[in-house]
Design a protein around this ligand. Structure first.
Ligand SMILES: Cc1cc2nc3c(=O)[nH]c(=O)nc-3n(C[C@H](O)[C@H](O)[C@H](O)COP(=O)(O)O)c2cc1C
Length: 332
C-alpha cells in the first residue's frame, strides 16, 4: 500500500494547510515546518505554535499523524528538544538535513551537514538515544551539498545511527528546487539500506508519481509543491494506484479551499496582510496545476485588502465554470 506524506514547507504548510489537505484525503502522514534548534531547550508553547496538533494526540483533526521536525547541529541540544517534543505527544521526530537556506547553512545546520556523514551519525544517534524507543526517529536528506558523492554514505549514516526511516529529496543543495529530481538515485539508496524510505521531489501529477514509483522502487512518497498546487493530488494518486483514477477537482473546489484557509486564519487572529500574502503565495503555486490560476493570480496579486480578495474568490466561484477567470476548463 502506497504511503503519501505531505512535505514540510516553512512559510507554506502550517497547521491550517495540514488540516485542510489531510481532510481532503490521501495523505497518511504530515511533518511540521522545521523548528530551528540552536541555543536552548524550547518551552512547550513553541512546540505548540509549530504543531498545535500536539494538543490533539499528535494528529490533525481528521486523524493524520504529524511528525515534529527539528533542525540543528548540536547533537545534545537536538536530543533534549526531541525528547521534550516526544513528551508533549509527538508521534515521531524528523530531523532536517536538507534546508538550503544561506543563513541556516552558515551556522552548520540543514544541508551543509551533508558534507560529512559523521554529522548525521552524531545528531541522529543523539536524538535516537534521547527519545523513548517507541517513538520513531526519521531524517530527511538531499543527495548531497554541492555534488552527489556522499549520497550513499549519508543514507547509511542515518541507518547506522538507529533511525527508523529516511526521506530523500532527490536533488543536491546546489540544485535547489530546479527540475529534474534524480529519482534513479532513490533506487540506489533503497538497495543500500534496509530501513523504511520515502522518495521526494517533482511529483506534480499521477504520471510523475507513476514514473517516480517505477524508477525509485519506493512505496512511500513525499509531496510538496505539487500538493499545494493541486490540493486533491494525494487523493487522485491513491485512486490511480487503486485502479480507479479520478478527474482533477474543479476550480470552485480550489477556491473553496482558499476561502476555508482564510476562515482558519481569521479565527486564529492572523493579520489581514498575512492572510492576503498567504493566499497569493498559495495561488502562485495553484497556477502550476490549474490553468484558471494564472488569470486569477494576475487579478489578485495587487489586492491588499483581504475583504476584497475574498470577494474576488467568491465571485469567481459563483460564475459558471467556463467563465471563471476567463479560462475554459478544457484547457486543464
Ligand atoms: C517554501 C518551501 C519551504 C520548505 N520548508 C521545508 C522544511 O521546513 N523542512 C523540510 O524538510 N523541507 C522543506 N522544504 C522542502 C520540501 O519539503 C520538499 O523536500 C521539496 O519541496 C521537494 O519536494 P517537491 O518537489 O514535491 O516540492 C521546503 C520547500 C519549499 C519550496
Amino acid at each position: 500500500m502506497t504511503q503519501l506524506v505531505l512535505a514540510p514547507m516553512e512559510g507554506l504548510v502550517d497547521w491550517r494547510v495540514r488540516q485542510l489537505l489531510s481532510a481532503t484525503g490521501g495523505f497518511d502522514l504530515c511533518v511540521t515546518e522545521f523548528i530551528r534548534v540552536s541555543q536552548n531547550l524550547f518551552p512547550a508553547h513553541v512546540f505548540h505554535r509549530y504543531c498545535p496538533e500536539l494538543l490533539n494526540g499528535g494528529k490533525t483533526l481528521s486523524g493524520t499523524p504529524v511528525l515534529v521536525q527539528l533542525m540543528g547541529h548540536d547533537p545534545e541540544l537536538m536530543g533534549e528538544n526531541a525528547a521534550f517534543a516526544a513528551s508533549l505527544g509527538a508521534p515521531g521526530i524528523d530531523i532536517n538535513f536538507g534546508c538550503p537556506s544561506k543563513t541556516v547553512n552558515k551556522h552548520e545546520a540543514g544541508a551543509s551537514l551533508l558534507k560529512c556523514p559523521d554529522n548525521l551519525l552524531r545528531i541522529v544517534s543523539a536524538v535516537r538515544r534521547a527519545v523513548p524507543d517507541h517513538i520513531p526517529v526519521s531524517a530527511k536528506i538531499r543527495l548531497g551539498y554541492a555534488d552527489k558523492e556522499l549520497f550513499l554514505d549519508n543514507a547509511r549514516a542515518v541507518e547506522a545511527a538507529g533511525a527508523q526511516h529516511l526521506t530523500v529529496h532527490a536533488r543536491t543543495k546546489l540544485e535547489g528546487y530546479k527540475p529534474p529530481a534524480h529519482w534513479e538515485y532513490l533506487a540506489r539508496i533503497r538497495d543500500a539500506i534496509s530501513i523504511g524510505m520515502t522518495g521526494n521531489g517533482e511529483i506534480w501529477d499521477e504520471a510523475d508519481y507513476a514514473k517516480c514509483r517505477d524508477i525509485s522502487g519506493c512505496d512511500s512518497f513525499m509531496i510538496g509543491r505539487g500538493a499545494i498546487a493541486a490540493p486533491d493530488l494525494a487523493n487522485r494518486i491513491k485512486a490511480f494506484e487503486n485502479g480507479t483514477p479520478k478527474p482533477k477537482e474543479c476550480w470552485a473546489d480550489v477556491l473553496l479551499m482558499l476561502l476555508s484557509y482564510c476562515d482558519l486564519m481569521d479565527e486564529d487572529g492572523a493579520s489581514e496582510n498575512h492572510q492576503a500574502g498567504r493566499i497569493k503565495q498559495w495561488m502562485a503555486l495553484i497556477r502550476k496545476s490549474h490553468a484558471q490560476g494564472n488569470a486569477c493570480f494576475d487579478e489578485i496579486k495587487r489586492i491588499r485588502d483581504i475583504g476584497e480578495l475574498r470577494a474576488k474568490l467568491k465571485s469567481d466561484m459563483a460564475l459558471p465554470e467556463n467563465q471563471r477567470t476567463a479560462v475554459p476548463v478544457a484547457a486543464e
